[in-house]
Design a protein around this ligand. Sequence first.
Ligand code: SAM
Length: 344
Amino acid sequence: MPSQSGDFATPEQIIDDLWAPRATQVLLTAVELGLFSHLAAGARTATEVAAAAGSDPRATGRVLDALTALGYLDPGDEGRDGEGGGYELTPLSQRFLVQDSPSYLGDMCRETRLLWDSWSRLTEVVRSGEPVARWEEEADGRKNFPQLVSAWFPMSFGAARAAVAALPESTLAGVNRVLDVAAGSGAWSLAFALARPEVRVTTVDHPEVTEVTRTFTRSFGVADRYEHLTGDIRQVAFGEDYDLVTLGYIVHTEGPEWGRRLIERAYAALRPGGTLLIGDMIPDDDRAGPDIPLVFAATDLLLFSRDGDVFTMSDYHRWLTGAGFRDVTTYDVLAPSPLLVATK
Ligand SMILES: C[S@@+](CC[C@H](N)C(=O)[O-])C[C@H]1O[C@@H](n2cnc3c(N)ncnc32)[C@H](O)[C@@H]1O
């Protein structure tokens, strides 16, 4: 956030925030047309990129210029004349926006595209207090989540792999049976299944989403180590004696009452000494920052859930110890908020 010292405040932040959606649109369009991938494959000029993308050369040139100004491209030596025209990937776009890169994040754009129109209804939702959808309820969840969970995979999988790397070896060595609640793509359990061949996973999610989970487990070659419970997570019996339970980005949509109950049910599903891992958006205790969890709570959670919210570390600590967990620890990894780990 720009500094506002003394009485002197500039309007820079307001203008930046109001312009930000335009830059977002340019990035979405570039990813949807595969412009970064076409540059990686050798296209250099707007005409060459447009030919590969099947798009209009003049319009494509405008987008490439904007991407250059935004820092996603460099002006290339080849194909440039007095009016610009040649383009090269920057290290950022090369690593994260070229489709066959192992660190490709372009799939995350799908979420932005899918939610874009609903975001414009926020004023109406804040006036009425009524969400436009209730993703915590079965019908809405089954309709919306199948399209979204693969867009979240890169973020969740990165955080889950960081959890595997951060956990003490003695904990990791005891992880054989994993329960992945609200599994989505399966990102959280996949990180453990890939790290340890002994790992067997049970997932819980809607049947339509479980089809997406299966696509991911097959693509990683571990489908034979997975079994799936389908249905509403509030109703499905989880089973017991798991070594690890993961709650990846689910407590927020459940809200305070069902979120706390989910933590209690995770406790019941674990063996003594077992581990609970929670990844979520977590604001500071005074709810004055950081911006990502609080903006998320004021947008997506108001728009798409009745009771959804983000909860502080103090809230989680209270719920975890209240459920019986001990040794509540946080791991500050590359994720929107630190991960929570607790022992039964
Ligand atoms: C935000 S996604 C998180 C997915 C995954 N854990 C991750 O971190 O990427 C929430 C997941 O919870 C599932 N979910 C939400 N409410 C549910 C419910 N009532 N019953 C079953 N699944 C539910 C959704 O289908 C979705 O897969």
